[in-house]
Design a protein around this ligand. Structure first.
Ligand code: HPA
Length: 279
């Protein structure tokens, strides 16, 4: 067993004990993006575990990220919520960025809702829109699966033909329609950041079929697919729009503020989608 596997196993054991003590059965995990942390207020019977308490867990550094695992009930369903994630631009290794996904997998979690704040590239997108991610483009210049493959975890060459589960995309879209929440669908391009994109990069992304761009999600989804998660749903909150032509500045404050503004409908969409998901 590699050092990394041992670390994942020890971190999972720590969380497992808390899950067992509270007689929970968690199949669903939610990763909350910048400014979308409000969902935790809907979680009942909460057990909050700061990342610093979990053996080997990385610790997040970005403003607007809480840095804790929350175990509890969301509308009667046991869930694990990650408030605060690890970004590649913070200097973490890809294995650290995706460490929580390995822990979730060890906990036998099968369904993942991954959320983020993203810049809108598609001309039809407006600030505050929620985008159901249909697919992604990996522009991290690396891949979290590089290195020796752990056969017990997944295949050397995992399939990515359906990175985001078709059934979840359809379910989320139908739920949004029922709830009268405007949603858009599109391809998410993952860039490392931390600098925002230049107009030329935006034009390039538009040309190759990206609808939104952000600095997360792609590594986590690659690892979740490798680990054999059954249902993966990605939702981006469009916090700013760029067109690659006029100068439109992006700031972190604006991103967090726009995400917070969309928070109510985002929470409603996630909760209603999970309610409709009989998994
Ligand atoms: N670019 C990259 N990441 C982002 C953006 C953006 O414009 N907005 C929110 N996250």
């Amino acid at each position: 067993m590699s050092e990394y596997q041992k670390k994942v196993s020890e971190a999972a054991d720590y969380v497992k004990k808390i899950i067992k003590k509270n007689s929970m059965k968690i199949k669903t995990a939610v990763i909350l993006g910048s400014g979308l942390g409000g969902l935790v207020e809907s979680v009942k019977d909460k057990h909050e575990i700061p990342y610093t308490e979990i053996p080997h867990f990385p610790v997040s550094t970005v403003k607007g990220h809480g840095g804790k695992l929350i175990l509890g009930k969301l509308d009667g369903r046991d869930v694990l919520v990650m408030q605060g994630r690890f970004h590649f631009y913070e200097g973490y290794h890809m294995r650290e960025v995706t460490f929580p996904i390995r822990v979730m997998s060890e906990l036998k979690i099968t369904d993942l809702v991954v959320t983020n704040a993203a810049g809108g590239i598609n001309r039809n997108f407006k600030v505050g829109d929620l985008m159901i991610i249909t697919d992604h483009l990996n522009f991290f210049g690396t891949n979290p699966l590089i290195g020796p493959n752990v056969e017990e975890w997944g295949p050397r060459f995992p399939d990515m033909s359906e990175a985001y589960s078709k059934n979840m995309i359809e379910l989320c879209e139908k739920t949004a329609c029922d709830e009268k929440i405007r949603v858009v669908k599109g391809v998410y391009a993952g860039f490392t950041g931390p600098s925002y994109e230049t107009p030329a990069e935006i034009r390039f992304l538009k040309t190759i079929g990206a609808d939104a761009v952000g600095m997360s999600t792609v590594p986590e989804v690659i690892v979740a697919r490798h680990a054999g998660f059954k249902n993966i749903l990605g939702i981006s909150c469009i916090t700013n729009v760029t067109n690659g032509e006029t100068k439109i500045e992006a700031t972190h404050e604006e991103v967090v503020e726009a995400a917070s503004g969309a928070s109510e409908k985002f929470i409603r969409l996630v909760r209603a989608t999970l309610k409709n998901h009989k998994g």
